[in-house]
Ligand binder design. Structure first.
Ligand SMILES: Nc1ncnc2c1ncn2[C@@H]1O[C@H](COP(=O)(O)OP(=O)(O)O)[C@@H](O)[C@H]1O
Ligand SMILES: [Mg+2]
Length: 508
């Protein structure tokens, strides 16, 4: 008898009758993944609202007598008059190292069939970007492994560097190669037991792409052993515009976790043109007034608040952003390209003409720039690449000019010779990043005239031969180059000896 009483008392003690304040309303109208809601007087901007059947909406338009929201998930079961509840929570996504090696959707839910995520932490999708005081200037490199970029358009951790060009000019390839190169560097540092090494984790956000393209990217990363250092956020073309709009912010939240926890991360937004289109679609359905090219007035803010979240924080880590923009017929003066160019710290401009001439990666030297990265460039690269950009830009001008005349003076001819060899040297197949120390060695050889006697057509083969020779036969020299990251007299002498020896082994 007494035990029964005790049990009842315990049950009563456990009972809590906290009042839960909930705001409920109804769907007034629903179409195209967007719903107008009645009766939600207390809802916050960007708050998640709950529909019957598990679909989630985000409140985007707070008006006097209705709330406009985009719906994430299955809308087919929802109808006019359905009840909707506020949740009191801003939209957030899972973050942490447990996401590495995984493919998730815009809400951070795994879509790769590898089971639940191993993480408990959540970060809000929208966050105010770090202010001026907590930021630190860029001084550590992000090595892409692409010679033309590392030597002439260097990127630093915390920087925002735009990759821009027409369709099929190799934009995605540059981003993927950069991710692959990080995996290579991470693994090498792990093997050497370097205590000061700061790994760079990657987040690849695919927006509005075909599923087959995303699958190919994942396969390329997996084949290169880079997937384990990478999070993939996928909002494919078949996904509703709300997910495509959200995906970059979700990716940014995942990147911020690394930055806030003293680590470094790299985020690729592939691409923001499609992101803008998804946002335009949502805005038009929400009946927001449209402006230039039918984009809503806040499309600039859409991208600036996203890209401002990339930073290097004092005493913490960094988030580097590589947004991608697709142009039409090379037109960089269209609305979205000019917006993003003005928000970023520089751009890597890829040209269709160069790509079709076989100059790949098709980096336009004249139009590409990195405004902050040079302070992050390693000394050895500065030593061998300092003059390259000028030489190449001059070469392009001279080459265009020289087409019309035949008798050139000796100096012009020498410049053309040098330029055409540098162009060859910078050709690099996709998926083949080159370590920064090998880059420095090859550029040193170029600077010291080792390629001059070689026919222009054969320079690429010669450079590959030299790279092989150095990485297999001169490992000590290459190791020293990597650890010192600067070329002093002793190293220059060693490089000379090595290159002299190589010259005798290479027959063009
Ligand atoms: N450096 C390169 N060398 C050879 N082929 C390349 C190179 N970069 C890209 N490609 C090829 O060009 C095609 C388009 O590249 P992709 O990166 O998908 O372009 P984008 O993202 O600009 O549309 C792909 O088939 C890719 O393999
Ligand atoms: Mg692409």
């Amino acid at each position: 008898m007494s035990t029964v009483l005790e049990q009842i008392e315990q049950q009563i003690a456990k009972l809590s009758n906290k009042a839960v304040k909930k705001n409920t309303g109804n769907i007034r109208a629903i179409a195209d993944g967007v719903a107008k809601l009645d009766g939600l007087s207390d809802v916050m901007y960007n708050e998640m609202v709950q529909f019957p059947g598990g679909a989630i909406g985000i409140a985007l338009n707070l008006e006097e007598d209705e709330v406009g929201c985009v719906i994430l998930g299955d809308v087919s079961q929802l109808k006019e008059g359905d009840e909707v509840q506020t949740t009191g929570r801003l939209l957030s996504v899972p973050v942490g190292k447990g996401l590495l090696g995984r493919v998730v959707d815009a809400l951070g839910r795994p879509v790769d069939g590898k089971g639940p995520l191993d993480t408990k932490e959540f970060f809000p999708v929208e966050k105010i970007a770090p202010g001026i005081i907590v930021r630190k200037s860029v001084s550590q490199p992000v090595l892409t492994g692409i010679m033309a970029i590392d030597s002439m358009i260097p990127i630093g951790r915390g920087q925002r560097e735009l990759i821009i060009g027409d369709r099929g000019t190799g934009k995605t390839t540059i981003a993927i190669d950069t991710i692959i190169n990080q995996a290579r560097i991470n693994r090498q540092a792990q093997a050497s037991g370097d205590k000061n090494f700061r790994p760079l984790y990657s987040i690849y956000v695919a927006i509005g792409q075909k599923n087959s393209n995303i699958a190919r990217t994942i396969a390329a990363l997996e084949a290169a052993g880079a997937l384990e250092y990478t999070i993939i956020v996928a909002a494919p073309a078949a996904d509703n515009p709300a997910n495509q709009y959200l995906a970059p912010y979700s990716g940014a939240a995942m990147g911020e976790w690394f930055m806030e926890n003293g680590m470094d991360a790299l985020i690729v937004y592939d691409d923001l043109s499609k992101h803008a289109v998804a946002y335009r679609q949502i805005s038009l359905v929400l009946k927001r007034p449209s402006g230039r090219e039918a984009y809503p007035g806040d499309v600039f803010y859409l991208h600036s608040r996203l890209l401002e979240r990339a930073a290097r924080l004092d005493g913490k880590g960094s988030l580097t952003a590589l947004p991608i923009i697709e142009t039409l017929a090379g037109d960089v003066s269209a609305y979205i390209p000019t917006n993003v160019i003005s928000i970023t710290d520089g751009q890597i401009f890829l040209e269709t003409d160069l790509f079709n001439q076989g100059i790949r990666p098709a980096v336009s030297v004249g139009l590409s720039v990195s405004r902050v990265g040079s302070s992050a460039q390693l000394k050895m690269t500065k030593q061998v690449a300092g003059k390259l950009k000028g030489e190449l830009a001059q070469f392009r001008e001279l080459a265009a000019f020289a087409q019309f005349g035949s008798d050139l003076d000796a100096r012009t001819k020498a410049q053309l010779d040098r330029g055409s060899r540098i162009v060859e040297l910078f050709k690099q197949p996709a998926g083949n990043p080159v370590s920064i120390e090998l880059q420095a060695a090859v550029l040193w050889a170029m600077q010291n005239n080792y390629f001059d006697p070689i026919e222009v057509k054969k320079v690429m083969a010669a450079a590959n031969h030299l790279k092989d020779f150095l990485s297999t036969r001169k490992t000590a020299l290459i190791d020293t180059l990597r650890t010192k990251a600067a070329i002093d007299n002793a190293l220059a002498a060693d490089l000379k000896t090595a290159c002299d020896e190589w010259k005798t082994t290479f027959t063009a």
